[in-house]
Design a protein around this ligand. Structure first.
Ligand code: NDP
Ligand code: 8X3
Length: 251
């Protein structure tokens, strides 16, 4: 049976890579993000795939509720929710960090994820089928200087995933938290406010994870036999061990 996948943050990085990985006749995709033209470009790139494009800011509670309550008929029954939209802003220590950046990360990484989940989950429970894949981070477990609120939002995502799985115990619904380490996407460009050189320095001399690597993992966890639940999956490139500053660089 064809599965419906709701993918937040589909306009770049892991999300766009997931759209490409889930292309084809087995899935119908709801692609959500703020940058509508990027989503339209993806739809044009994937003509063999049923796609509904949703311009959505996950921080807007009413907009999320409205958009997800009024999906076109064919897309109403979401089988897989990939809560991927998220960001880090800044790397300043807690005593110097920008409060607006903190609020933005909390609103996106925590509250946005909750708004989407709360809207989609009742239907999954009613239908007795579904899989929620949250995108956490190694930063949710490993502290690092300047990771303060970003890491705390991802710790929230990890524990919320665990607790949600407890709530759903006894149902067939699966919950997975994917926890990537160093991955080259637009993540650092956003974190450093479009300072391209500073962002490039994060990956200099390394072979980081790619969006395709993470999409492969998400596809795998959602394709496993239905009695298997991957609870947490932490993944780093080989050049990284345990923290964003513990990276082996060539040259
Ligand atoms: P990118 O910056 O490449 O992509 C982020 C995506 O999130 C974009 O599609 C962006 O779309 C979307 N997004 C951001 N804010 C909002 C919002 N308010 N409403 C809707 N969509 C939003 O980064 P990644 O692909 O790397 O990041 C994806 C997830 O992976 C994030 O949750 C991030 O924290 C996590 N992660 C990333 C790692 C990395 O090293 N790259 C490692 C571990 C976790 P738009 O701007 O169009 O709205
Ligand atoms: C992104 C990975 O290590 O930069 O979640 O926080 S890290």
């Amino acid at each position: 049976m064809k599965k419906t996948v709701l993918l937040t943050g589909a306009s770049a990085g892991f999300g766009a890579a997931c759209a490409r990985k889930f292309r084809g006749p087995a899935y119908r995709l709801i692609l959500a993000a703020r940058r509508y033209e990027r989503l339209e470009a993806l739809r044009e790139e994937l003509p063999d795939t049923e796609i509904h494009v949703l311009q959505l800011d996950v921080r807007d509670r009413d907009a999320v509720a409205d958009a997800l309550a009024n999906l076109p008929d064919a897309y109403r029954e979401v089988d897989i929710l990939i809560n991927n939209a998220g960001l880090a802003l800044g790397l300043e220590p807690a005593h110097e960090a920008d409060l607006e950046n903190w609020e933005n990360m909390i609103d996106t990484n925590i509250k946005g994820l909750l708004y989407c989940t709360r809207q989609i989950l009742p239907g999954m429970v009613k239908r007795q089928r579904g899989h929620i894949v949250n995108i956490g981070s190694v930063a949710g477990s490993t502290p690092y200087p300047g990771g303060n609120v970003y890491g705390a939002t991802k710790a929230f995502v990890k524990q919320f995933s665990n607790n949600m799985r407890s709530d759903l115990h006894g149902t067939p619904i699966r919950v997975t938290n994917i926890e990537p380490g160093l991955a080259e996407t637009e993540f650092s460009i956003i974190r450093f406010n479009k300072d391209i050189e500073r962002a490039a320095e994060v990956y200099r001399g390394t072979q980081p994870l790619t969006g395709d690597d993470i999409a492969e993992i998400i596809f795998w966890v959602t394709s496993l036999p239905s009695h298997i639940n991957i609870n947490r999956l932490e993944v780093m490139p080989v050049c990284q061990a345990w923290g964003p500053f513990n990276i082996h660089r060539e040259g």
